[in-house]
Design a protein around this ligand. Structure first.
Ligand SMILES: [Ca+2]
Ligand SMILES: [Ca+2]
Length: 305
């Protein structure tokens, strides 16, 4: 009883907290990707040469941190005993070796690897693989294609019904059903980044539905997080040439496209989003350049670099 009581006191006293060590990365068990939706926890302990010993110095349940997506992010508590204090049961000191475990559901934790704690405040990638490695597909192409600039109207002339690209279909080198929404993130320069509403796999194609259309006057980037590959979509009303600048020359190019001289894609020509490029779209391009009705003046505008 007295020994147990002394143990509790020592634990409560503990050392001086120091910056944590964070390990993160992909988790793969026998060729199967462990996703944010998996009932898997990554654990660590020190002074535990055999099996995992609770409470451990850190744990991460998959999916418990939204920014981590499909990766784990294990925070190891570090403390200093420089003031002569006794080590806490749930923290490590620099120089010790952490033992990392993986637990499926309420099962027995499986030992993964030893991690020597050489410093405090470390942020280190450390993928976890048990058995056969997981192979993730690479991006091949997308619709709209990378660096497309949408030149069409951002709303009705009276400002109602915000319009713009709100979905993108990405083709991968393999089956897309090993991926989910957490494998993608959206950023924007010059406007706000819409949230991802859903990511639906069909064969090798993943269709990402955004909660709102992308912002006019901005670049929006959809990132495939496993490789860091970006697909960038611009939105610059009246920029029918897709060069990132809206001006009178875009009218000439639009007319030439309609006449079949140098055809441009639908997002560069169907200004009023009727589904058909025709003479009405030239009029709408003028409206956009001049700022008719509720439209901003787009003449002379550029996309941010
Ligand atoms: Ca242009
Ligand atoms: Ca049209």
């Amino acid at each position: 009883m007295i020994v147990g009581f002394a143990g509790i006191v020592a634990s409560a006293a503990g050392g001086i907290p120091e910056p944590d060590v964070v390990l993160y990365g992909n988790v793969c068990v026998n060729g199967q990707r462990v996703l944010s939706t998996s009932d898997v926890t990554i654990l660590a302990c020190v002074n535990c040469p055999g099996a995992f010993v609770a409470p451990g110095i850190g744990s991460y349940k998959m999916g418990s941190s939204l920014p981590a997506g499909n990766q784990y992010a294990l925070r190891l508590r570090i403390e200093s005993l420089a003031d002569g204090s006794t080590q806490s049961a749930n923290a490590a000191v620099v120089g010790q070796t952490a033992r990392i475990f993986l637990r499926q559901g309420a099962g027995t934790p499986t030992f993964i690897r030893a991690y020597p704690i050489n410093n405090r405040g470390v942020f280190e990638r450390s993928d976890i693989t048990i058995g056969t490695a997981c192979v993730l597909p690479n991006t091949v192409s997308s619709t709209p294609v990378n660096n497309s600039i949408d030149a069409r109207q951002p709303s009705n002339p009276d400002g109602s019904e915000p319009m713009g690209i709100d979905s993108i279909a990405i083709t991968f080198s393999g089956a897309a059903n090993v991926l989910n929404a957490a494998d993608f993130s959206v950023g924007a320069v010059g406007g706000s980044a819409p949230a991802i509403e859903s990511a639906i796999a069909n064969g090798s194609v993943m269709t990402i539905q955004l909660a709102q259309p992308i912002s006019p006057g901005a670049w929006t980037t959809i990132r495939y997080r496993p490789t860091g590959m970006d697909i960038r979509l611009g939105f610059l009303p009246a920029d029918t040439s897709g060069d990132g600048y809206s001006g009178p020359l875009d009218l000439v190019g639009l007319v030439n496209s309609l006449n079949g001289v140098s055809p441009r894609p639908i997002h560069s020509t169907d200004m009023d989003r009727s589904g058909v490029p025709n003479a009405q779209d030239v009029r709408r391009a003028v409206d956009l350049l001049m700022g008719k009705d509720a439209y901003d003046v787009w003449n002379g505008r550029t996309l941010p670099q």
